[in-house]
Ligand binder design. Structure first.
Ligand code: ACO
Length: 332
């Protein structure tokens, strides 16, 4: 059964991802902060994460993921009409990271911009792409989630430094006659809770000064317990909303691809949605939380390993700083 959209649908033509070579294990973190492998594994499910090289930028990783997606889709970079890059660790404030990717992959015909929605960025960008294609079905859009969180982590703060990693994931969207693609997306934000997960410095509120640098204001601050609570609620609610909008039930979903923040968060969501954990595609044990990249990398991995068939229904669900959250139902 193919679910019918009333506007031009946006199908996923190909996916790709990139993870830096360097693996940082929990044992390595034990030497840096007062933590241990057992604590990290039991509280988060993370065993190791990838860390970009010092000279490796977010756009380097994004471009590598984009090249893999182009190859997977079997198209040339010149066919891309738009690049949307979701990131909170841009190469620099401006130009935007998507412009750097454009130059690196030779997508000379693309319009380029970034989306800032922390860990929810990839689904926000995917939905923007879907809406563009709905009114301009001739467009081919490259959507990327890429983050180098290692560049904004306080490596002396055990509350946060054990959680994050670096990477990039990409998807190419195009209208395909008879295809369904992204069926619906449920999105939400709550700016009142901005201060449970944020980087206070480095922007116009607290521009970089030598004092700010010594206070590490441009690194991640997080209230872990509150973030945990909000993440569970937002991801359960948005999943249910997206299923309702698509007119389907969770039993019809063949794979759930969640934001890869914490295994316990995902287990709680599975419980509340009354669905087996086997349905979730997980890689946080190997990559940790890579912010906007996480769900994009997991989508690429799932697409390559789970043998999706045409018509399969997939649920993607994310949560991040802002607060921001989203859930999308996709038909393969
Ligand atoms: N190693 C050892 N002990 C630690 C560590 C660590 N790495 N980090 C914290 N602790 C200590 C705390 O200091 C605290 O000690 P205390 O009781 O002496 O004060 C104790 O462990 C318990 O701390 P809690 O915060 O209560 O631990 P909790 O069980 O809640 O787990 C965690 C902490 C893993 C951060 C959890 O709250 C969580 O996962 N929250 C969500 C985090 C998240 O997903 N963030 C990102 C989501 S959005 C996005 O991706 C941007």
């Amino acid at each position: 059964m193919l679910i019918q959209n009333h506007t031009a649908s946006a199908s996923i033509l190909g996916t790709g991802s990139y993870l830096p070579e360097r693996i940082m294990t929990n044992a390595e973190l034990e030497k840096m902060v007062d933590t241990n492998d057992e604590w990290i594994r039991t509280r988060t499910g993370i065993q190791e994460r990838r860390i970009a090289a010092p000279n490796e930028t977010t756009s380097d990783m994004a471009a590598a993921a984009a090249r893999a997606a182009l190859e997977n889709a079997g198209i040339e970079a010149q066919e891309i009409s738009m690049i949307i890059c979701a990131t909170v660790t841009p190469d620099m404030f401006f130009p935007n990271t998507a412009c750097f990717v454009q130059a690196k992959i030779g997508a000379t015909n693309a319009v380029c911009f970034d989306v800032s929605a922390a860990c929810s960025g990839f689904l926000y960008a995917l939905e923007i792409a879907r809406q563009f294609i709905a009114v301009s079905p001739e467009k081919t859009i490259l959507v990327i989630g890429a983050d180098k969180l290692s560049s904004i982590v306080n490596w002396e703060d055990r509350n946060t430094c054990v959680l994050f990693g670096d990477g990039a994931g990409a998807a190419i969207l195009r209208h395909r006659a008879g295809g369904s693609g992204i069926i619906t997306t449920s999105m939400g934000s709550d700016g009142k809770l901005a201060d449970i997960l944020y980087t206070p410095g480095g922007g116009s509120a607290a521009p970089t000064t030598s004092e700010n640098v010594s206070e590490k204001l441009a690194t991640i601050r997080m209230n872990g317990r509150e973030t945990y609570k909000q993440a569970v609620k937002a991801m359960v609610d948005s999943s249910q909303q997206a299923l309702l909008q698509a007119g389907i039930t969770i039993d019809q979903i063949s794979c759930i691809i969640p934001h890869q923040a914490n295994l316990r968060i995902i287990e709680t969501i599975a419980n509340r949605l009354h669905v087996s954990l086997d349905k979730f595609h997980l890689n946080l044990d190997r990559f940790g939380n890579t912010s906007a990249a996480a769900v994009a990398i997991a989508l690429d991995e799932a697409a390559r390993t789970r043998n999706f068939k045409q018509g399969d229904l997939i649920l993607l669900v994310v949560f991040g700083g802002g607060l921001t959250w989203a859930a999308s139902v996709i038909q393969w």
